[in-house]
Design a protein around this ligand. Structure first.
Ligand SMILES: [Fe+2]
Length: 202
């Protein structure tokens, strides 16, 4: 009988992510190590779930707890990929003729208004993600808070931009100064690859 066999995830290569504005190479290195942990734990979790499933143990509490934990590991992996994919060294400013900018201006009135809304989300107390989503059903774009990694994702929406505001994203930042979320958020926008963000509209 054919067995349930999960497909393995491989960590993506982000060695090019060096020399960003403000966000130090050391900060990126620490953050990438954390990302790789999510990839390996996602693989381990899928493998363990498959073992239990293949053994007919889908009613066991261990199976259920792994299923509860899956969103944490998988979203921790995938959100970091959206985050790192959306960054680059020597990034250009977001210009009015960018496809994403056009959509934002049409809905928010200006790039600055959209950005202020997203920064408001990013500065909310707590750990999580400030995310810009597109609703493919009507074209609506909005900024959204996701608690931790897995809580509150809007079903069926398309993720356009991911801003990690967990403290680990800026914990080894600007040494010897203490972690500063506001400065990190400013620097994040200076490093966004807006072509990648626009490419996620389609
Ligand atoms: Fe992170």
């Amino acid at each position: 009988m054919t067995k349930y066999t999960p497909i393995e995830y491989k960590p993506k290569d982000y060695t090019h992510l060096r020399g960003l504005v403000g966000i130090t190479d050391e900060q990126i290195e620490v953050h990438l190590k954390l990302y790789k942990g999510y990839v390996s734990r996602t693989n381990a979790l899928f493998t363990r779930v498959a073992d239990l499933s293949n053994d007919g143990k889908t009613g066991d509490s261990s199976f259920q707890e792994l299923k509860r934990r899956a969103g944490w590991e998988w979203d921790g992996m995938r959100l970091h990929e959206y985050y790192f994919d959306g960054l680059k060294a020597n990034a250009d400013e977001l210009r009015d003729d960018n496809a994403f900018a056009k959509k934002v201006i049409a809905q928010f009135g200006s790039i600055d208004a959209w950005k202020a809304d997203l920064v408001g989300v990013a500065k909310m107390p707590g750990v999580g993600w400030a995310l810009t989503y597109l609703d493919p059903s009507n074209g609506q774009i909005w900024n959204h808070w996701v608690e931790q990694h897995q809580n509150g994702h809007p079903a069926g929406a398309r993720l356009l931009l991911a801003l990690d505001v967990w403290e680990h994203a800026f914990a080894v930042y600007r040494k010897p100064l203490p972690a500063d979320r506001a400065a990190y958020i400013d620097d994040f926008f200076a490093n966004v690859d807006w072509k990648v963000v626009a490419g996620r509209l389609a």
